[in-house]
Design a protein around this ligand. Structure first.
Ligand SMILES: Nc1ncnc2c1ncn2[C@@H]1O[C@H](COP(=O)(O)OP(=O)(O)OP(=O)(O)O)[C@@H](O)[C@H]1O
Ligand SMILES: [Mg+2]
Length: 348
């Protein structure tokens, strides 16, 4: 049966009304709270002092070097959710060392939604992807620079960044994905190896001057000031008893010696002399330098962050003297500095 013109007009009007309501809803914030710490409370939790400091940080680049179990992932989950609910069309990506971990974080955000007492999602939640009625999206992305490069994002959260593979390539891709929105970058981690971008971002004041850094040791995060349970702490203390470096990294959130280093950093540091006298090529040729002892040359070619170094030492009896030392930013320039042709350069 063909509906009467009157009915058709009514149905048309109803559709128009629904569309208008949906449109209005997408323009309104999906929650009443306008403050992220208040929102934390609304979810049923009290932000710790250091979580509040992080949540209120308005910097574009934020680095959190926090102890295990201090509430890094949770603070990030709340921060991302708050933005998705209050900003129309907000796009957030979460990346972790494995896809399983980033999916877990999105799942955590999804569970927080049940505490809101209202339906804010557009359709049912999908694994690793939450689409909101205001057009915002939170998504778990794989640790794959090519996938991230194709995205336009307002915020990227890197959870446990010190343990993410191909960190440099990934960061380049992220900067690209944030460039059109002038978006924000959050990274949280316990410290890993010193040969990581996280280490450079946490310590290099020149290259990463724009980074706002937050450091939290287990001491700041013990109950009642944070979520770390004294029982958990004692368990971890026993487990790490034979590995003080791990305790320092995981619980004090300080960089320790690299586990795979042949020489402990303390030993190297104890051998350092300020302003040692070194000798030039002319000294050697002119005979100022005794040529009866043993000489050793060592190189350390650094492709990424550190300087490349060549050192010559002289061994006289049991003592070792530094005769010559050159440090250059990359191994390319170092080899060229010594007149070694490109064709001899090793492959990275
Ligand atoms: N402000 C808070 N109030 C209550 N519980 C909290 C708070 N912050 C974190 N927690 C709880 O503390 C525990 C640890 O939090 P979370 O997993 O975020 O820590 P983490 O630093 O990411 O830990 P890990 O080092 O294991 O990745 C979780 O059970 C979390 O729900
Ligand atoms: Mg975590």
């Amino acid at each position: 049966m063909i509906p009467s013109p009157g009915r058709r007009i009514n149905r048309y009007y109803e559709n128009l009304q629904n569309e208008r309501e949906r449109d209005q809803a997408s323009n309104r914030p999906l929650i009443d709270e306008t403050d992220v710490v208040e929102f934390f409370k609304h979810l049923g939790f009290q932000a710790t002092v250091y979580q509040e400091k992080l949540l209120r940080d308005k910097s574009q680049f934020v680095l959190a070097r926090w102890s295990r179990q201090s509430g890094k992932s949770f603070a990030m989950a709340v921060a991302v959710l708050f933005n998705a609910l209050t900003r129309k069309g907000f796009r957030a990506a979460i990346v972790a060392p494995s896809k399983r971990q980033s999916l877990k974080m999105v799942d955590r955000i999804s569970r927080l939604l049940s505490r809101l007492g209202r339906d804010v999602l557009e359709g049912p939640p999908r694994k690793g992807r939450l689409a909101f009625r205001n057009g915002s999206v939170i998504e778990a992305l794989p640790n794959n620079p090519d996938t991230i490069r194709g995205e336009t994002l307002n915020v990227v959260v890197l959870d446990e960044f010190a343990y993410i593979e191909h960190d440099k390539e990934l960061y380049d891709a992220i900067i690209f994905a944030l460039s059109t929105t002038n978006g924000s970058f959050y990274e949280t981690s316990t410290p890993g190896s010193r040969d990581s971008l996280f280490y450079a971002m946490a310590t290099d004041d020149e290259q990463f001057v724009d980074f706002s850094r937050h450091h939290v040791s287990y001491k700041d995060a013990l109950k009642p000031n944070g979520p770390i349970d004294p029982e958990f702490l004692e368990k971890i203390r026993r487990q790490y008893q034979t590995d003080p470096g791990r305790w320092k990294r995981e619980m004090e959130a300080d960089f320790a010696d690299d586990e795979d280093a042949y020489l402990p950093l303390d030993l190297i540091e104890s051998c350092i002399t300020e302003g040692p006298e070194t000798f030039t090529q002319d000294d050697a040729i002119s005979g100022r330098l005794a040529r009866t002892s043993q000489f050793f040359v060592g190189t350390d070619l650094a492709p990424k962050i550190d300087l490349s170094v060549v050192a010559v030492i002289e061994k006289i009896g049991r003592d070792v003297y530094l005769l010559h030392e050159t440090a250059l930013p990359t191994w390319h320039s170092l080899l060229r500095g010594y007149g070694i042709s490109e064709s001899l350069e090793p492959e990275t």
